[in-house]
Design a protein around this ligand. Structure first.
Ligand code: MBD
Ligand code: FE
Length: 289
């Protein structure tokens, strides 16, 4: 195993392009944690013990160790740490933090590397910003209601929606797509309702020509996520939800490379009277602690 071929892909628009864009965006965020020295020490000790256990169990060789070092350098140079971490680690962090059994609202899922805050505001009934070429893809009417856990509609809740286009590409992370394509912040009406016209996103393929793609190939895995919508739902006084919705029966829903599909997060659109695919999904928000 070796990936010297990777270093010949300078300037590649898929791997290096979307990877670097995700890293640049993340660097602009302020990140901090009030972790104590005691807690950091406990985590560090257990982490190194876990690495030691794996290394001994598999009798890791020096060649393997050097390939690991080189690979980690490549992930950084390609700007793929946000991608790799969100695909392989974020689902565990999400489960730890957002699956408390005192939360009864809509299930969350991972944010992934391609969220951008402050997308343009749209009214409760709206079409997502899209290009002419996106309109050739199959339309999807996505509607529902944002409520509290008792089912009371929440007036003026915001639903930030972002998703890939019909080719599986995200605006701001793949070249040549208008900045806010398929990204918007929908504000619910007085009953908490929304009705959004968009298009069916395509399944997402992890860039195959970067170090994350190489990693997946190295163990004989596949680089696919099922088609999905990303959502962040907010209303003052309530817990924010970051989640994703998937399509029943869609390719890769049973073996998402990012392990982020949950049975509560499936959509089954049906043709409406005009023959347009339509689906209703309601969001329930827990009260803030
Ligand atoms: C995606 O579109 C995504 O949602 C995640 C979690 C990781 C990589 C690409
Ligand atoms: Fe995604």
């Amino acid at each position: 195993m070796s990936f010297e071929n990777l270093s010949t892909h300078d300037g590649d628009p898929t791997a290096k392009g979307s990877g670097n864009a995700a890293t640049d965006k993340f660097k602009g965020e302020s990140v901090k944690s009030d972790t104590s020295k005691e807690r950091a020490n406990a985590i560090y000790t257990d982490l190194l013990a876990a690495i030691a256990e794996v290394a001994h169990k598999h009798q890791v060789t020096y060649d393997e160790y050097r390939v690991l070092k080189n690979w980690m350098i490549q992930v950084g140079e390609y700007g793929e740490w946000p991608l790799w971490l969100d695909v392989f680690v974020e689902h565990e962090i999400e489960e730890i933090n957002y699956n408390r059994n005192d939360y009864t609202g809509t299930k969350g899922s991972i944010e992934g590397p391609y969220y951008v805050p402050n997308s343009p505001e749209l009214p409760w009934q709206a079409e997502m910003p899209m290009r002419e070429q996106d309109k050739a893809a199959e339309s999807l009417i996505f509607k529902g209601q944002v409520t509290d856990v008792e089912g009371q509609g929440l007036n003026g809740a915001t639903i930030e929606l972002w998703h890939a286009d019909e080719e599986g590409l995200y605006a701001q992370f793949a070249p040549g797509i208008p900045e806010w394509n398929l990204r918007g912040t929908i504000r619910t009406n007085e009953n908490g309702e929304f009705e959004i016209t968009t298009l069916f996103p395509a399944p997402y393929q992890i860039p195959a020509d970067g170090p994350t793609g190489w990693f997946i190939d190295s163990y004989g895995g596949h680089p696919w996520r099922p088609a999905h919508l990303h959502l962040m739902v907010k209303h003052p006084g309530y817990r924010e939800i970051t989640t994703q919705l998937y399509f029943e029966g869609g390719e890769w829903v049973d073996n998402d490379v990012a392990t982020a599909v949950k049975p509560e997060l499936m959509l089954s659109p049906q043709p409406n009277a005009e023959g347009v695919q339509e689906v209703t999904y309601n969001f329930a928000l827990d009260k803030e602690d």
